[in-house]
Design a protein around this ligand. Structure first.
Ligand code: 8YV
Length: 314
């Protein structure tokens, strides 16, 4: 008898193959209309960040496990899952390299005017080469401020050493082992914002980090500095970012994540020239996606069988 599995978004063929005939799959939008079906659900695989709280969990009295595709579980109320003894799995360690690469991709693209340059190079205005155009911020030798020195932040710091950047970091807890291993320097949030040429946001979204970067923080940054967000949209106050970009408090920003995601199509941020927006590509590599899929399915099957999850977050 297969397990009854709930999913919020259609799964890719790799994951369906990994599941084999272990589960009968139901889509959240259908199950929400059918209390009897919800009552039979054994496992919930959260694929596209569906908001998941105790109210929904209570409609699934048979639920044995929530397995999240991805590391960030800010869309799942972990306390509600814990109160109901439902283990929650995630995929730490499988997104770090790809997300650090994306941090650097965005950092270099915004710092060196890649997208503005691309648009110009395709346009009728590009009639002759002009060395006066598009002077960016040198990456080599510049100062990087990493907010969130966790698994991804550490890989970003390693990438930065190849560019001989001076690396400052800010974290809830100072990490002296990382400081000596990677040659990075701990600072207060304000000092980091004042000194960095590039500020990258690499922390999880929690009640403490929500809007950690707002008006006050953006005003501290250098007018020549760039902000890069590959964490979650909610760590950055988007109204403040718009104000900062409109008034050139900072030189530009590159964001892989927004809140809401996606932004409304007529959101004024989307019209800003000094902004790069990506559609949450942080861990979107073939390699990372495969490994995330494997761990998500392994967590799910372990939970369904009442075993310890290989990666349990809550
Ligand atoms: C994932 C992410 O692609 O792992 C995370 O927390 O934000 C992403 O890189 C995403 O969670 C999968 O939807």
């Amino acid at each position: 008898m297969p397990y009854q599995l709930l999913i919020d978004t259609a799964l890719p063929p790799t994951m369906l193959e990994m599941l084999g005939d272990t589960c009968q799959i139901h889509l959240l939008k259908d199950a929400l209309q059918d209390e009897a079906l919800l009552g039979r659900i054994d496992g919930y695989l959260t694929y596209g960040h569906p908001p998941t709280d105790g109210g929904l969990m209570d409609r699934m009295p048979n639920l044995k496990v929530i397995s999240n595709f991805g590391v960030g579980v800010d869309h799942v109320v972990l306390a509600d899952a814990a109160a109901r003894n439902i283990p929650v799995g995630n995929t730490p360690g499988f997104v770090d390299g790809a997300t650090a690469d994306m941090t650097f991709t965005l950092l270099m693209a915004i710092g060196r005017n890649l997208l503005i340059g691309d648009r110009y190079a395709r346009s009728p205005e590009f009639t002759h080469y002009d060395p006066n155009l598009f002077h960016g911020q040198e990456i080599y030798g510049s100062t990087l401020g990493i907010i969130g020195m966790g698994r991804i932040g550490r890989v970003v710091a390693k990438r930065a050493s190849g560019f001989e950047m001076k690396v400052l970091y800010h974290n809830r807890n100072r990490d002296e082992a990382t400081e000596s291993e990677l040659g990075v320097q701990h600072t207060s949030l304000n000092e980091l914002l004042q000194q960095a040429d590039f500020v990258t946001l690499n922390m999880p979204l929690t009640p403490e980090t929500r809007h950690i970067i707002g008006r006050e923080q953006l005003l501290l940054m250098k007018p020549t500095a760039y902000l890069i967000n590959v964490a979650r949209g909610g760590v950055l106050d988007h109204d403040a970012l718009l104000e900062a970009l409109q008034n050139q408090w900072i030189a530009g920003a590159a964001i892989d994540v927004t809140e809401p995601e996606p932004l409304p199509r007529d959101h004024p941020l989307l019209a800003m020239e000094n902004l790069i927006v990506a559609p949450h590509l942080g861990s979107a590599t073939r390699q990372s996606r495969y490994n995330m899929a494997r761990r998500t399915i392994d967590n799910l099957l372990a939970g369904l069988q009442g075993e310890e999850l290989p990666s349990r977050v809550g």
